[in-house]
Design a protein around this ligand. Structure first.
Ligand SMILES: Nc1nc2c(ncn2[C@@H]2O[C@H](COP(=O)(O)OP(=O)(O)OP(=O)(O)O)[C@@H](O)[C@H]2O)c(=O)[nH]1
Ligand SMILES: [Mg+2]
Length: 840
């Protein structure tokens, strides 16, 4: 498998004292603020800055645009959804004024609620950290480790496979109550916290994607030795995509070689987020025993069984006093760059109070301008409670996160489906810019998003984020996509794989419903409003393999595949038209391996699989015109359609993620408008299979300029077939090429194996894009074609005495070398029947 778990998951580095490098390059407060990429997300719509409040708990803003985040519109890829309605167009509408107001009771509830995700690179300790959170909040009675000796396993890794492999495969949701301590007066305040622990492995990236789609804030976990790793960057991208503010947590401070300052610097330089530590460690490596809280200027230690007692002291240990002073100054300097109030004080040479610093951290974090950095060791039960306090202090409540929905009335007229129900054209809706603000008021009309599905013992379990209004058991709700009315038979709150029945769930909450059939990404309303939430981004599969059951095929085979496909939009199943084989596709070998194993365990279906194949694509490199007539006369009504236009290469649109487009510029009614959807349909159909290798085609814009029709013989079918014919002809003239997925490969190994590792990557035609040597360990980052990566796990194990680890993720598709293209085309030609093969 691709995930290099050759080495043990524990640290291997030699004991090296943390060196407190302090070369944070801070610009003066008057100079430019946040780096461009981070700033793009923090631009306020109304131009105002820092809308937070001065109270410790923040101002639940009830409909005003707290944080002023720029909405990042996402839609699924073109291949996944085909336009149904013509010209729905983008209506760049300004957000409307909210129709509902928050009541006092809403504010009381929402102010003390947090919805957070725990996300990071693989193995950084997310599940271990979540286990501590559940223990300290009283949700579980005892701590069990991931791969612990007691073989029980962590609460959030509930699947047998997760416990055996020691990795998280599915994200798990839970909720708990945390009594946050007010650092100023020691008073306690209860917060309700919904948590989703996500997997780190990129093969299960959709789990992170959908969690971040519905969460208000996140904890970005980093390893104190490895720092920012490749999946950290991926998770960072996902957080930006959905405008999720984050606090950073440098975990594994007990590891030899732990150096939090190097990691803070990496957050600034590699992730380009203005960040500063709000803590300084007391002791290091095996002597790490607490932190200095730089904001409230006190020492925090963990004592008692599993660190359950938090002991604070105004005495800062002498050994870290100087460093703490210096780091508090650095924190203020960094805040001065992103926060107006601190900036003013800084310019006037005034020192901010603890309260002013805390308020600025919260304001700038919620406004996506800053990430406060906490540190600790989950495994050694140190620093987790102060992180939880930080989540309550600095991350937004559901009322502080702007949520905009799409007005489906404006998007498209509903079409009528075969069963007579009204169907709103999905793509037309998804192409709209969301403009209707949703207000988490309990009395407002209900609006929720189904973000995850699971086949449960009692039917489909649908995870829902309630954005507006209240979801109640036995209530009738409308699926906006299908127009169907459904009843909610059962409503539950999830605690990993356990559930608790509830009668109603308020806005800002995460829950699950039983017995409601729908798809992932569907929006629900109570029928009183016609709004829809944008769906999440779904990456395309990069690898596939053929699969068949061992022995006789039973209904369980297709039952399992259907279920997995419905639950996981990155897992796809199709029957190859030529070979008649069942092909499964996914995000990586591990992804597919897990499903094959689950078929054996959960469906008693042992399967045989073929060699994994890379998901090639085809594209064009130059424009080609077409003028194609489809004509058939065989007695009765004939078929006639002519299409004229061109196809040309198209770059991916960074905003929509689409790299195929259909454009209609026909004037004068040469093709009546009722036939245009058929032309569009034909274009998308033609994209499904390229003529070079039979793989899907991407990167093409189809422009329909002109055509002709016949009053009697023209039909939708004729125009669809004419378009397919036109596309195929033009494709031949457009200098088509084959693209292959290229992966970013991240290898970590002891330094003595560096040349072996680099040599190994070179022989696989890899390009080294980054490398870092620290103490006795190094990281190499390379870009390698996925096709070259088969068997790398064994090679790495062999060349590093089992001590190297690697992970990889999809970067982009790149053209294959000419000789590879020829081989692939020859191989494809041999598989297709003679008639379809003009060269033979
Ligand atoms: N030294 C040290 N090891 C830790 C710490 N936290 C977690 N670990 C270890 O790191 C390994 C991975 O921990 P997990 O909690 O499964 O990490 P994860 O991020 O949930 O992993 P995935 O979900 O598979 O991405 C386990 O062996 C843990 O015991 C820590 O604070 N210090
Ligand atoms: Mg985990």
């Amino acid at each position: 498998m691709f995930l290099g778990r050759a080495a043990s998951r524990t640290c291997r580095s030699r004991s090296v004292r943390a060196t407190f490098a302090t070369k944070a390059s801070l610009a003066s407060p008057s100079s430019s603020a946040a780096p461009a990429s981070w700033q793009t997300l923090s631009t306020t719509k109304n131009g105002s800055k820092n809308p937070g409040s001065s109270s410790r708990l923040g101002n639940a803003v009830g409909g005003s645009r707290a944080g002023g985040k720029q909405w990042t519109r996402m839609s699924s890829t073109a291949a996944a959804t085909k336009p149904v309605e013509e010209d729905a167009g983008e209506l760049a509408a300004e957000p409307a004024a909210p129709a509902h107001q928050l009541t006092e009771a809403d504010l009381q509830r929402l102010t003390f609620q947090r919805n957070i995700g725990v996300s990071a690179h693989i193995d950084s300790g997310k599940t271990t950290l979540t286990e501590r959170i559940l223990y300290y909040t009283g949700k579980i009675g005892e701590i069990h480790e991931v791969r612990g000796r007691d073989s029980v396993g962590a609460k959030m890794d509930s699947m047998d496979l997760e416990r055996e492999k020691g990795i998280t495969i599915q994200s798990a949701a839970t909720f708990c109550d945390w009594e946050a301590t007010n650092a100023e007066d020691g008073s306690k305040q209860k917060y309700s916290v919904n948590i989703i622990d996500t997997p780190g492995h990129v093969d299960f990236t959709i789990e992170v994607e959908r969690a971040l789609r519905v969460l208000d804030g996140a904890v970005l976990v980093l390893c104190a030795v490895a720092g920012v790793q490749s999946q950290t960057t991926t998770v960072d991208r996902q957080m930006r995509r959905y405008g999720v503010p984050r606090v950073s947590f440098i975990n594994k401070m007990d590891r030899p070689g732990a150096n939090p300052w190097r990691i803070v610097n990496q957050i600034r330089t590699k992730l380009r987020i203005p960040a500063a530590s709000v803590q300084v460690p007391i002791g290091s490596e095996e002597n790490f025993k607490g932190v200095v809280d730089l904001v409230h200027w006190r020492a925090i230690y963990n004592e008692g069984h599993k660190g359950i007692d938090v002991v604070t002291s105004p005495e800062i240990p002498e050994s870290v006093l100087e460093l703490a002073k210096q780091k508090r100054t650095e924190l203020v300097e960094q805040l001065a760059e992103v926060d107006e109030e601190i900036g003013e004080l800084f310019l006037n040479d005034e020192l901010p109070t603890n309260r002013q610093i805390a308020d600025a951290v919260r304001r700038s974090t919620i406004a996506l301008k800053f990430s406060p950095v906490f540190m600790g060791s989950a495994i050694k039960n140190t620093g987790v409670q102060s992180l939880l306090d930080g989540v309550c202090d600095y991350l937004p409540s559901p009322a502080q996160k702007e949520v905009l929905a799409i007005d489906t009335n404006a998007a498209a007229k509903p079409a009528v489906a075969a069963d007579g129900t009204a169907v709103v054209a999905t793509t037309a809706v998804q192409n709209q810019v969301p403009s209707v603000p949703l207000i988490p008021a309990a009395n407002a009309p209900f609006v929720g998003l189904a973000f995850k599905l699971e086949e449960g013992r009692f039917g489909q379990l649908t995870y829902v984020r309630v954005y507006q209004g209240t979801l109640k058991r036995a209530m009738a709700i409308w699926n906006v996509r299908t127009g169907k009315k459904v009843k909610v038979p059962r409503l539950v709150r999830m605690h990993s794989n356990e559930m608790e029945d509830v009668d109603s769930v308020g806005p800002g909450e995460i829950c699950a419903m039983f017995g409601v059939e729908c798809s992932s990404g569907d929006s629900f309303t109570d029928g009183n409003s016609n709004v829809s939430l944008t769906n999440m981004y779904v990456p395309e599969p990069v690898i596939s393999l053929s699969i068949k059951p061992k022995g006789q095929e039973t209904p369980n085979f297709s039952r399992a595949l259907n279920r997995f496909q419905k639950e996981d939009p990155t897992f796809k199943v199709h029957i190859d038209k030529e070979s008649k084989e069942t092909i499964i596709s996914g995000m990586g070998e591990l992804h597919l391996e897990i499903y094959v194993e689950r078929m054996r365990r959960e469906y008693n279906t042992e399967c045989l699989t073929g060699k994994p194949r890379v998901a090639f694509r085809e594209t064009i490199t130059q424009r080609a015109d077409f003028n194609f007539t489809h004509k058939k006369q065989s007695g009765g009504a004939g078929q006639f359609a002519r299409v004229i236009g061109f196809i040309e290469p198209m770059e991916i649109d960074p905003e929509t993620g689409k790299d195929v487009a259909f454009e209609n510029i026909v004037v004068g009614g040469n093709i009546p408008s009722n036939f245009i959807p058929a032309v569009e349909k034909g274009f998308y159909e033609a994209l499904e299979k390229g003529s070079l290798t039979g793989n899907p085609i991407s990167g093409v814009r189809f422009v329909l300029k002109d055509g002709a029709f016949h009053a009697v013989d023209s039909s939708e079918l004729a125009f669809r077939l004419a378009t397919i014919g036109a596309f195929r002809e033009a494709f031949k003239q457009a200098n088509a090429i084959i693209l292959e997925p290229v992966m970013t490969v991240d290898v970590v190994a002891p330094s003595e194996f560096q040349s072996n590792v680099i040599g190994g990557l070179n022989t696989r035609r890899g390009t080294i894009v980054d490398s870092e040597v620290r103490d006795d360990e190094f990281t190499a980052v390379a870009e390698v074609a996925l096709n070259e990566m088969f068997g790398y796990s064994n090679q790495l194990r062999g060349s590093t005495q089992g001590k190297g680890e690697f992970s990889m993720e999809y970067k982009h598709h790149m053209p294959v070398l000419p000789n590879v293209q020829k081989d692939l085309e020859d191989a494809y030609r041999k598989t297709i029947p003679q008639a379809a093969n003009p060269k033979k």
